[in-house]
Ligand binder design. Structure first.
Ligand code: HEC
Length: 147
């Protein structure tokens, strides 16, 4: 048992060092093997499972109604010659929450070949004050209006 456990632990530490995540490296040689193992397990869990980030849809609705509604309409039904309908979008349905947040952060300029309307989707809906967390809330809201 100890034969397999020790190399595994060193592999993990090596991984930490290689990925630059070994922030707490000062006392890890002392006696911190158990806590370090736990820390590794906790850090890796979300990345491996691609766990859905728990955005708050109620918060997201408020943010949507402040920033996105002007172009995307009440309830995200779209506004002609402005933002697209979000309630039936296959594009939205095909993206994970992470991907959707990335999309909103980037926007879709008119120079983007994927632009479908000739109108720009501004980065973060034109509101640079929105944090990534805000955007996950908006995405949670978008999931509730999507049919
Ligand atoms: C200034 C107007 C404007 C604002 C504000 C705006 N959008 Fe958009 N958005 C657009 C336009 C225009 C498109 C379509 C771009 C194209 O032609 O492909 C779009 C597209 C999108 C799409 C892709 C839809 C699809 O089916 O392709 C998403 C998702 C989206 N917007 C989310 C948001 C969110 C979330 C906000 C608020 C944080 C927001 N938008 C604010 C104009 C806007």
């Amino acid at each position: 048992m100890s034969k397999t456990k020790i190399p595994a632990f060193f592999m993990l530490m090596l991984l930490l060092v290689l990925t630059g995540c070994g922030g707490g490296g000062r006392n890890e040689d002392a006696d911190a093997s158990a806590p370090a193992d736990n820390a590794v397990a906790q850090q890796e869990a979300p990345a491996e499972e691609d766990a859905p980030p728990a955005g708050d849809a109620a918060e997201g609705e408020k943010i949507f109604n402040q920033t996105c509604i002007a172009c995307h309409g009440e309830g995200g039904v779209g506004v002609q010659n402005l933002g697209k309908d979000m309630t039936h979008s296959e594009f939205i349905a095909g993206l994970s929450d992470d991907e959707l947040v990335d999309f909103i952060k980037t926007g879709r300029d008119t120079s983007d070949p994927l632009n479908t309307t000739g109108v720009a989707m501004p980065s973060r809906g034109g509101n640079p004050a929105l944090s990534d967390e805000d955007l996950f809330d908006v995405v949670a809201y978008i999931r509730t209006i999507h049919e």
